[in-house]
Design a protein around this ligand. Structure first.
Ligand SMILES: [Zn+2]
Length: 590
C-alpha cells in the first residue's frame, strides 16, 4: 500500500510540473505574438474585406463628321499577383519574367512581397496576356484593360491630342472633352479572410464600369488629309519651320481641317521628330520636356503672329461699314505715305500711281489702307475691332487659345493706327483671322470656330448635341457682299491670282510679313481664300512660317490653298460654274 501511495504522489508532482512547463511555454509564445508579430497580424486583419480590383472604363472614341474613327481603344492586359494564393512562386517568377520580358529580380521582389495584390505590369499586349492566362497559375490575375489607339498615327495630332498612362487627356480634344470621353471605372470587391483566401459563399460584388461617350467632331478625315499633304509639300519645298492650314465652314464655324505641320505620332507622343530630335541630344530632361511641348503646340491657336496684308480685309470692312470709303473712290500711291514725322513705304517702291479702291485692294497698296485707317480714326477703328470680336478669344473648343496682342487704345497715335491698318505692330492667332474673315464674308454673322458636334453612346444613342455661339451681327449684309466682291477681284486679277481655279469663283487675300526682330530677315507668308465667292461654303487659311528663298504670300501660300481647293471643292459637291465676275453689274448695284 505504501509503495502504491508514494507512486501516486510522484505521478501528481510530475504532472503538476509538466503543466507548469506547458503554461510557461504558452506564455512565451503569447508574449511573442502580442509584442513581436503584432504588426504582421494587424496588417493581415486589415486586409479582410479589402481586396479591390478596378475595372477600367472603355474610353469613348473620337469620330470625324462621317463616322470615321480617329481615336479608338485597343485591348491590353494588366498582370497582377495575389501573394497568399500563389502555390508555386518559382514557376510564377519564371513565367512572368519570360512572357513579360522583365528583369527577374524585379519580378521576384513583387511576387515575394506580402501584400493583398501586387501589380506586375500594365499595358501588356493582349497576346502576351492570353499566353499567361493559359499557364493557369494560382495567384496570377490577368485583367483586361484598354489603351488609346490612333488609327491614322500622326493625322490631326494637335487637334485630337493623346492620353496619359491612366487614360486621362493630355492635350487637344482628349483633354478638352476628357469628362465626356473618360467614363466611370468599375470595381470588383472580393471578401477574403486574414490569409487572403476568398471567403466562400460571399461571392464577389461587381460595380460595372460605365463606358465613355463617343465624340463626333466636324473634322473631315479626307479634307484633313488633303490639308496635311499640301502643308507637308510646301514645308519641304520651302524648308519652312512650320506650316498651318485651317479649313472651315464660314457660315457656321465647323472646322473641316486644322493642321500645323510637322505633326507628331499620336501612338508615340513622347518621341521627338525631325529637327527637334537633333536639337535635344544632351539628355537634359528640362530641354526634353520643352522640346516635347514645342512639338505638341498647335500653332493655329496656341501662337500669335503679325498677320500683315490679310488684315486689310478688316480695315476695308470697317471703312466700308463706316462709310469712309466706297469702291469708286480713287487714290494716288507715290510709293509711300507720310504720317506725322514718318515716311511709311508701300511694298511697290515706285508707287502704284492712280488707282480705285478695287485696284488698291488688288494691289494690296499700303498707303491706301493707311488712308482708310486715318479716315476712321483710332476710336472708331478700335470700336470696329471690338465689334468684329478681335479683342476676345474665338472660343474654339480646344485648350490653350492665345489672346490677341494689341496696342492699348489710349497709346495709339497716327503712326500706330497707320501700321495697324495694314496688319502690322500687333499679333493675332491664325484661327482668330480665319474666324473673323469668315464672319465678315458670310453675311456679317460672328461665328465660333469649333469641332464638337455631338456625344453619344457606342450603339448610336445620342446624348448631347453641342451648340456654339453664333448669330451676333458684326456688320451689314451689304458690306459683307462688297468685301466678297473685292476679294474675288484680288484672285481674278490681283495679288491672289495664283489661287485662281478655272470655273470656280474664289475670293482671297495674300500677306507677307516680316518676323521680329526685323534684322533676321525671316518672313511669314500667308493666304486666306474662300469659295464660291458669291456664297462662301468653305474658307481656308495657309500660314507658312519662315520659308527659305522666295517668300511672297501670293507666290508660295496662294498655290497651297489653290491645290487644297482643287481637291476639296468637288469633294464638297461644289460644281464648277462659269466664272462670271460681272464687274459692271455689281458696281451699278452697289
Ligand atoms: Zn501702293
Amino acid at each position: 500500500m505504501e509503495r502504491a501511495k508514494s507512486y501516486h504522489r510522484r505521478k501528481i508532482v510530475i504532472t503538476f510540473f509538466g503543466m507548469i512547463l506547458v503554461l510557461a511555454l504558452l506564455g512565451v509564445r503569447l508574449t511573442k505574438l502580442m509584442i513581436g508579430d503584432s504588426e504582421y497580424y494587424a496588417s493581415l486583419a486589415q486586409d479582410l474585406h479589402e481586396r479591390e480590383r478596378t475595372i477600367k472604363a472603355q474610353r469613348g472614341r473620337i469620330l470625324d463628321r462621317n463616322g470615321v474613327v480617329l481615336a479608338d481603344n485597343r485591348t491590353v492586359c494588366t498582370i497582377s499577383v495575389i501573394h497568399s494564393q500563389i502555390r508555386d512562386p518559382e514557376q510564377v517568377i519564371k513565367v512572368l519574367t519570360k512572357e513579360l520580358k522583365l528583369d527577374e529580380t524585379a519580378v521576384r521582389k513583387r511576387v515575394e512581397k506580402v501584400s493583398s495584390i501586387e501589380r506586375i505590369a500594365k499595358n501588356v499586349e493582349k497576346e502576351a496576356g492570353d499566353r499567361i492566362r493559359e499557364y493557369d497559375l494560382a495567384g496570377v490575375k490577368v485583367d483586361e484593360d484598354y489603351r488609346r489607339y490612333y488609327p491614322f498615327g500622326s493625322m490631326a495630332s494637335k487637334v485630337l491630342g493623346f492620353t496619359g498612362g491612366d487614360n486621362q487627356g493630355i492635350i487637344g480634344l482628349e483633354v478638352e472633352y476628357d469628362r465626356v470621353l473618360e467614363g466611370m471605372p468599375g470595381k470588383i470587391l472580393t471578401l477574403t479572410d486574414a490569409r487572403g483566401v476568398e471567403l466562400e459563399n460571399t461571392g464577389e460584388s461587381r460595380l460595372e464600369p460605365e463606358e465613355g461617350l463617343d465624340l463626333k467632331i466636324s473634322l473631315d478625315a479626307n479634307i484633313q488629309k488633303f490639308a496635311e499633304q499640301a502643308a507637308d509639300k510646301v514645308m519641304d519645298q520651302k524648308q519652312a519651320e512650320s506650316v498651318s492650314v485651317i479649313i472651315l465652314n464660314p457660315k457656321n464655324g465647323e472646322l473641316y481641317a486644322m493642321t500645323n505641320v510637322p505633326e507628331f505620332d499620336l501612338n508615340n507622343p513622347y518621341e521627338l521628330t525631325g529637327v527637334l530630335q537633333e536639337k535635344t541630344t544632351d539628355g537634359d530632361s528640362d530641354s526634353l520636356q520643352n522640346a516635347l511641348n514645342r512639338m505638341w503646340r498647335n500653332g493655329c491657336l496656341n501662337d500669335t503672329y503679325e498677320p500683315g496684308s490679310t488684315f486689310k480685309i478688316i480695315t476695308a470692312a470697317a471703312g466700308l461699314e463706316a462709310g469712309v470709303v466706297t469702291l469708286q473712290d480713287t487714290f494716288s500711291c507715290p510709293g509711300f505715305k507720310i504720317v506725322e514725322d514718318r515716311r511709311i513705304r508701300c511694298h511697290k517702291v515706285g508707287g502704284h500711281g492712280a488707282e480705285t479702291f478695287v485696284q488698291a485692294t488688288q494691289n494690296s497698296c499700303n498707303p491706301v489702307f493707311i488712308e482708310i485707317g486715318l479716315r476712321l480714326g483710332a476710336e472708331r477703328y478700335f470700336s470696329y475691332f471690338r465689334q468684329f470680336g478681335l479683342n476676345e478669344k474665338t472660343g474654339v473648343d480646344l485648350p490653350g487659345e492665345a489672346a490677341t496682342i494689341m496696342h492699348r487704345e489710349e497709346n495709339v497715335g497716327q503712326v500706330e493706327l497707320a501700321t495697324i491698318s495694314f496688319g502690322q505692330s500687333f499679333q493675332i492667332t491664325p484661327l482668330q483671322l480665319a474666324a473673323t474673315v469668315s464672319s465678315i464674308i458670310n453675311g456679317g454673322t460672328r461665328i465660333t470656330p469649333h469641332l464638337a458636334l455631338e456625344a453619344g453612346e457606342r450603339d448610336g444613342t445620342l446624348r448631347t448635341v453641342y451648340t456654339h455661339e453664333t448669330g451676333k451681327q458684326i456688320l451689314s449684309e451689304k458690306t459683307s457682299q462688297t468685301i466678297r466682291y473685292l476679294l474675288e477681284q484680288v484672285v481674278d486679277g490681283g495679288g491672289g491670282k495664283n489661287a485662281y481655279i478655272e470655273g470656280y469663283r474664289i475670293g482671297g487675300k495674300t500677306a507677307t510679313s516680316e518676323t521680329l526682330p526685323r534684322s533676321a530677315n525671316q518672313y511669314i507668308s500667308s493666304f486666306i481664300g474662300f469659295a464660291p465667292a458669291d456664297d462662301p461654303q468653305v474658307l481656308a487659311l495657309c500660314v507658312i512660317n519662315k520659308p527659305q528663298g522666295v517668300y511672297y504670300g501670293g507666290t508660295i501660300a496662294a498655290p497651297v490653298v489653290k491645290e487644297i481647293f482643287e481637291n476639296i471643292l468637288p469633294y464638297l459637291g461644289l460644281e464648277k460654274a462659269a466664272a462670271e465676275t460681272e464687274i459692271g453689274t455689281f458696281l451699278a448695284n452697289s
